[in-house]
Design a protein around this ligand. Structure first.
Ligand code: SF4
Length: 91
């Protein structure tokens, strides 16, 4: 079973209106941005044409981006409230 297959077993109850993570979209240090692109297992971060973007919809709540950014890119990180977020399933 591949990693993608295992990730596909997870269930997401997403609050599409409210992200539990907020980033500085104007951040420009490409070296720091590349770290996030490589580290996020859900590929929530995208960097195209010199512009950083983020979507919380597939976030696995691992916290890696929060630790890596040292408060520079990730401005707010908290677990989703209530029944919202990822539910892990073992395959
Ligand atoms: Fe990606 Fe993990 Fe950060 Fe979610 S918490 S955006 S999965 S690195």
């Amino acid at each position: 079973m591949t990693i993608e297959d295992k990730l596909g077993l997870n269930i997401f109850h997403v609050d599409e209106e409210n992200s539990h993570i907020e980033i500085d979209k104007d951040f420009t240090d490409e070296k720091e941005i590349q770290k996030l692109l490589l580290a996020c297992p859900a590929e929530c971060y995208k960097y195209n044409d010199g512009k950083l973007s983020f979507s919380h919809l597939g976030c696995l709540e691992c916290g890696t981006c929060r630790v890596l950014s040292h408060g520079k890119i990730v401005k707010k990180w908290k677990y989703p409230i209530g029944e919202v977020g990822v539910t892990y399933r073992q395959g």
